[in-house]
Structure formats: C-alpha cells, structure tokens
Unconditional design. Structure first.
Length: 233
C-alpha cells in the first residue's frame, strides 16, 4: 500500500476501509492520509445463540485440554483458531496423530487448496479445521457446532469475528477460549468490548492446577507481566 501511494499525486482523495482498527492499521492511516474524517460502525456482538465459555490455564495445558474436549464428542463441524501459522501446523500434526479428521488453513496454503478444504468442510467430509484469522471472516458455512480459540486473539474485535462462525442462521453453537497467563489482559479487553463477563469453566481435574483469573495484575499495558498469587485446583 505504501509503495502504491508513493506513485500517487500529493493532492488526492484517499479512503481506507478496515474490518478492525488495530494500532498498525491506525499508523498506516496516519501515514497515507491527511487529517481524515473517521467513521466508525458499531461493533456487533456475538449472536445470542452462541454459548460462550473460557478456560483459565497454563500454556502447556492447552493441548491436553484440547484433546479432552475433542475426544469422544459427536460434533460434526469444529473450527479451532490459533494465532500463528506455525501453531496451526503444529496443531494439525498433533491431531492427525490422534486420527482426527482434520485439515488446516493458513497463509502458506494456496488459495485453491483453501477453497478445496472449505468445500470438504462444508460437505461434512472434514470434521475439524485448524486455522489462523484468515478464516475468521468471509466464509459462509452454517451448522458449525463448536469454535475453539486455542489462543486469545490479539485484537478484541477478532474475537467477535471468530465466534461468529458458529450459531449462524438462528442456530446455536459453543465458543470456548483458552486463556493463558499472558493472555488474561487481552481477554479482559474482549469482555469489555462485548459488555459481558464470559463464564470461566472448571478444568478437568486430571489436568492439574490452574492460574487465578486476575487480568489487572497479569497483563499491564502489553499483556506480558505475570501475576503472583495462589493457584486454584
């Protein structure tokens, strides 16, 4: 975008549209626009049919919890979101080892391959898709029973887009989020955005102790400060 605008006249009309406005996009807007008028469309909230829940846990517990949630469940369509393509590939490898019917979508996958995975998923030939946020918008697939946020999204609005994949067309669905210690501050921002506190679910006891949900002391400005305090079972 910066290269293209470098060839344009200094005096011009520029319009910029973005589904979300994280700091990097705002910085881009400042660099290519002069004193722009900003128009914000109200952020929609998750559909009423979405049953939302979250697990507060340590990062090493994520995979064991994921396996516990998926094993033996008769859910025809599931989407698992992770923050990076490397994590998506890792999750795909681990779940394929357990013989789950799974495929991955990320930026390294060519568009025709993505389309084929989505076609198979829509036709119920693939049960689980593991994806980055490239899949959180712009897909039209009904009857997705479960969305799992393996990682808390970096931008609060992305959470709404992710969980919006389920409970479409007046159906119901479940959206679960794994909150590690360093992500508690980001998750609190999500709760503030949607104006509701999302229920924190008990971990399976066999997975061990878990952190206390205390986002004020766990996040700080950058969401990286770890808290100290009692653990909970």
């Amino acid at each position: 975008i910066k290269k293209i605008t470098g060839y344009l006249p200094k005096v011009r009309q520029t319009l910029l549209f973005s589904a979300t406005m994280p700091p990097k996009i705002r910085s881009l807007a400042t660099g290519i626009m002069y004193n722009p008028v900003q128009v914000n469309i109200a952020v929609s909230k998750p559909a009423e049919g979405v049953m939302q829940g979250a697990y507060v846990l340590y990062t090493p517990q994520k995979m064991d919890l994921l396996k516990s949630l998926l094993t033996g469940k008769d859910i025809k369509s599931i989407i698992i979101f992770s923050s990076t393509k490397d994590k998506v590939k890792e999750l795909e490898r681990e779940l394929l080892k357990m013989k789950f019917n799974i495929a991955a979508i990320h930026s390294d996958l060519e568009q025709d391959k993505r389309n084929e995975v989505l076609r198979q998923f829509k036709g119920k030939n693939i049960q689980i898709i593991v994806a980055t946020d490239v899949l959180s918008r712009g897909i039209d697939i009904d009857s997705i029973g479960l969305v799992i946020n393996y990682d808390v999204p970096g931008d609060a609005e992305d959470y709404i887009h992710r969980v919006g994949r389920t409970a479409r067309a007046e159906s119901t669905g479940v959206a679960l989020t794994f909150i590690s210690e360093e992500d508690q501050y980001k998750f609190k921002k999500i709760e503030e955005l949607i104006g509701d506190e999302i229920r924190k679910l008990p971990m399976p006891p066999e997975l061990g102790e878990t952190p206390v949900y205390n986002p004020k002391s766990s996040g700080g400005k950058h969401g990286r400060k770890f808290f100290s305090g009692k653990k909970r079972k």
